[in-house]
Design a protein around this ligand. Sequence first.
Ligand SMILES: [Zn+2]
Length: 489
Amino acid sequence: MKHIKKAGFASSLIVMLAVSGCVPAAEKTSTEPGTELSFKAETPAFYPPHLEDAILFRQRAGSVAVPEDLKAALQRSVPANQRQLRKFPHPYRGMLAFASDIDDTTPEEFAEYHRFLNTKEEIPGVGPGVGLDVGDSMWFYLANDKPNIADKSGHGFEGIMTWFDYTDMTKYRYKDLIKHYWQSGWIDSMHTFGDFSRKNPKDVVFKREYAVKAWEEMKANGIQCEVWINHGNEANVDAFGAFHPKQFSKYQEGDNPKSPNYHTDLTIKNGVHFVWNSKGESQFGNDSPIFEISLRDGQKIWGIHRYTHEQKNRAHDWTWVPREVHRQITKERLDALIENEQYAVIGQHLGGYNIGFPFDEKGVQTLRMLESYQEQGHVLVARTSRLLNYSVAQKYVQYAVAHKDGETWLNITAIQDPLFGPQPLVLDKVRGLTFYVEDPEKTHLLVNMKPLSADEYQVNKPDHTGRGSIGVKWFPRDLTDYSRTAPQR
Ligand SMILES: [Zn+2]
């Protein structure tokens, strides 16, 4: 397709629009917070003059073919120049995720606290939900032998959300429910294969067979899990990522090829790229949420920096419980996150107690404050898998830029993950990537030489650095109450 000269194209389109009176597809009131250009028409058929060019450009950008003479330049992969890449999707300046252990959560608890966290529904006695993107974790098995009351209604082990019935691989317990919440995005990680904690930590129940079966089930049910979070005491030998022969972590056998409990060959092959290795941290914000870990079987994986506790002299003051969320997240910490442009991954046990609705008044206020930081375009709250994937994409994206006729072409050529190789260039892997460019309104954004459609990218006004940018849109906000459609056991 011939590259159309802008002036002629624009004027003929204006005439067309005026005659037909139609509202073009790109005309849409932005619901994104902050300073994204709002493409709201002042009248049904006309745009305000200062937006006209941008809108017309945007309309045709998705359908214009890449000029032949730019193709070679746009495929020349060069390492991303970090100065041209925004740290976070515009307009945000920090990103935060809750990484919650599913420990002792019953379906009733899960539904109640996720309705509050993920939707705007009215929660009895609490008020409307905060509508944040909060994921959770899952278990397949339960072999715990400590007496336990899991929730306020008095459910014991039988009420806990596990895929299988205890360790019986032939009998499902909450499989359909867990699958439903996985598909809805309320679950996005695994808290190991299950709860293998034992009164006597030497009385190990876990074995490789359980791992084999769990991965078979995930595959058969379309679950591609990328995030692994270690759990429990030394009987949980499937844990991995922090083995040290002289430390507490010496029980970790998951990555030991000589152990009957070895599974990281399967676990990494099946897509786990991130592990929380049981080492808690007291630092809230980090420049990067991930760090490299070498496993005992020679493989490498990303470790997760996960805030779990306060350090008091030499003691750990664990704050990863819902009643302490006001100590985990404070205004000062959120402001510092923005100031330093950092990530925070916060450890929690959202359903870990038998106290009913898990947040007290201070906690609810804290979460409303967090919501307002997102509303105001400061801190983006994302489920753990999204935050981690974004951090990899942002750090290792490669792209090429070329110019022609006063327009810029920017092509995302690769996400060169140093541990796992080139990542698939699908939309969900590049979401949020934001590039500073001279004239964002005259920039074509391509992924693997394919132009993004108008609703997949956003043009951003100058931010605090004074520079405008263009970026792939973040995931759309989803406030659906998935507990309504959750299957019964
Ligand atoms: Zn746990």
